[in-house]
Design a protein around this ligand. Structure first.
Ligand code: AHG
Ligand code: MN
Ligand code: MN
Length: 339
């Protein structure tokens, strides 16, 4: 049922947050608003994907060595073009592009933007939830052209991060370091309304998300941890249930709302991804910021907090263990060989 009024729009929410910071110039609010416009464009395209010539591959391979889908390309261009002349960013980087993306000369702003234009590409053609992930940092020399050094900042220094999930409804989830807030798009009016204020991730859960088809390639600690989750022990709610969508943003969103742990460890499946599959700047770091802000935790499987990793390259991959705090704490013990 459509309500007559849904209350707070995302624009109102962003402005209200800005008012809490008298020193704010409004540039971050402007950046987020522009990004939301791009997200609405992508959402509309995703929703109609089966009707236009939008499904399938674009006929190229990206810097990640993955086949580019037409919608990956559409989403990448939608964000890039929207932001390049916005006046809010100094430099950008995208999962789909080998090099850092400069903005229009004279339009350099204060912030940097890293984004995964469309996450879960293998789910595009089969109408399963996909998403866009973004991460915002302050550029070192705001107003001047940015360089790679501006983009290679740890997650801990993020100013904002979030994602848009194109699911049964389109939702925006973001944080500026003051909690995590979720908004649902009403496509009939083209407006995001606050539907999930101050999201808290349950500390415990009974769900785990992992590509179990990779079991043969896991390290022993990972084997032991997942075996533990599958043991029968009713007082601790085991065995846990498995939920793996194959779109990080959708798996993460599920765990954010109902609790759970997502794992993509180091493995021996592909030597080019031996250090983990998921990308630090576009996937791990922004979701880690959201997880921490919602009371969760994000680590690697070799004892590092995702938020503290200083990136050494734009497309760096990391092992990612993320989700409910107590579940991640226990996984960390297993990975350290303590359990
Ligand atoms: P992307 O579509 O942006 O390249 O990301 C795909 C990622 C992520 O969304 C998902 O969690 C993971 O790849 C799935 O990997 P497997 O197919 O190896 O399970
Ligand atoms: Mn991705
Ligand atoms: Mn992607």
């Amino acid at each position: 049922m459509i309500k007559e009024s849904y209350g707070i729009t995302v624009s109102r929410h962003i402005l209200d947050s800005q008012r809490l910071h008298p020193e704010a110039t409004g540039d971050l609010s402007g950046l987020l608003s522009e990004l939301i416009v791009a997200a609405k464009t992508i959402s509309a395209e995703v929703n109609m994907a089966g009707l236009g010539d939008c499904l399938g591959q674009a006929g190229k391979t990206n810097i990640q060595g993955e086949k580019v889908q037409k919608l990956d390309e559409f989403a990448n261009n939608a964000i890039k073009r929207r932001m390049a002349a916005s006046g809010y960013v100094a430099i950008m980087t995208s999962e789909e592009e080998a090099d850092a993306i400069p903005v229009v000369a004279g339009q350099e702003g204060k912030y940097t933007l890293a984004f995964d234009p469309l996450d879960g590409s293998t789910n595009i053609d089969v109408n399963v939830s996909i998403g866009t992930i973004f991460s915002i940092h302050r550029a070192h020399n705001g107003g001047l052209p940015g360089g790679e050094v501006d983009l290679l900042q740890p997650g801990r220094q993020q100013v904002a991060a979030g994602y848009i999930i194109y699911g049964s409804s389109t939702m925006l989830v973001y944080t500026t370091g003051e909690g995590v807030h979720g908004f649902t798009l009403d496509p009939t009016v083209g407006e995001f309304y606050l539907s999930h204020p101050d999201i808290r991730m349950p500390a415990r859960s009974k769900y785990y998300s992992v590509n179990e088809g990779n079991t043969a390639y896991w390290h022993p600690e990972m084997h032991r941890y997942v075996s533990h989750l599958k043991e029968v022990d009713r007082p601790t709610g085991r065995p846990y249930s498995a939920r793996y969508i194959g779109s990080l943003v959708a798996d993460f969103h599920r765990n954010l709302i109902v609790g759970g742990i997502f794992l993509y460890p180091r493995d021996t499946k592909d030597t080019t991804k031996a250090g983990g599959k998921l990308r630090l700047l576009y996937e791990a770091s922004p979701l880690a910021f959201i997880a921490e802000q919602a009371g969760g935790r994000a680590i690697t499987d070799d004892g590092r907090e995702i938020m503290d990793i200083v990136p050494d390259s734009l497309h760096q991959r990391v092992p990612l263990i993320i989700g409910s705090k107590l579940e991640v704490d226990l996984a960390a013990e297993y990975f350290a060989g303590k359990s």
